[in-house]
Structure formats: C-alpha cells, structure tokens
Write a protein that binds this ligand. Sequence first.
Ligand code: SF4
Length: 187
Amino acid sequence: MLLHSCKITRTLPCLADPEKIRVIADVSGEIHEVFPYLNATLKRCIYNHPANTLTIKKDGKLFTLHAHHITLAKIEDEKEAEDILGWLRDLINETYEKREQIEPNYSMAAELKALDIYRLLPGTSCKKCGELTCLAFAVKLVGREIEITECNPLFSEKYQEKRIVLLELLNAAGHSIPPIALENGTR
Ligand code: SF4
C-alpha cells in the first residue's frame, strides 16, 4: 500500500465558486511514484513530470496530486472531500499494486487538447489577441506559440471562474503563466 491515509489540513473558500470550498489534505509518505502509472491508465488527467503533479478532472472538479499533499477544488463540504479522498486513496493503492502490469507514461502535454482550452476561453472570438477565433488561439496556446495573457478578456471579472480552471490546467501541464494570475487561481 502506497497511501495509508490523508488528513484534511486546510479548508479555504473556492475562488472559482464562492459557495464551494477548496480543500488541502496532507498524505502519509510520498505518492508521486504512482503518477506515471495513473497517467497511463486514466483518460482525463494531466501529468507534469518535472513538477511532480498529476491533475485529475472528474465531474467538473479538479483534483491535483502532489508528492506530499492533495488539493481539491469546487467541493461542497468536508463530507464530499472525505469521500473524494477515499476514492483517490483506493485509486492510488489499486494502481500502485498493479504497476508491474502497467507501462508508465511520463508524457504530459499530449493530454492537454485545444478543445479543452477552447471551452474555458470567453468564446466570443473578439480578435483582441490577434487571432480570428478563440479556437485558433487555443490551438496556438497548445503549441506554445502564444501566451495566455494575450487573451485580455479572460482576465476580466466576468470570466473569473473559467480563468481559474484554465490557469490550473495550464499550470499542471507546465505552461508558463503570470505569477499574479496564479496567486488568484491556484493554491
Ligand atoms: S482575445 Fe480571447 S476572447 Fe478574444 S478571440 Fe482571443 S482568445 Fe477569444
């Protein structure tokens, strides 16, 4: 067993949704050894090998695993957080037990698709970034030909929720994003 227990250590307001909470739980030991095996078996995750993080997307929520802690966003209450942590503990331990039969996957950027980004952009195709459409911008962003800060409308109050989720995804995938934006959007 790789993960014996997780303990909620902090509960914060969720910036993406003021009616929900953001939960940080410390884990017993180190869990990053299982990340490349989870990356190989889960469909909706982003692995950042150099940063040692794995972000799982499930039911509109984001769970980010670090070597020593787990962050959960858009959570209803501590009961839901405990349920998710229990699910993650089982997933981590079952995957770790089967690791001999799994080819580990250390790649990261391939999981971040242009359409994943497009859904989190304003979607107005206003052309302020110099691209004809938001989809064209998303394609360039995936290819790291343009910076997220070129989309000015995204940094307005109106798109706060989308921005926070998008910045977290980009951060998990190893994209460079402005520190001030990260302060507002991630742990
Ligand atoms: S500035 Fe943002 S909203 Fe406008 S077209 Fe570019 S990506 Fe879309």
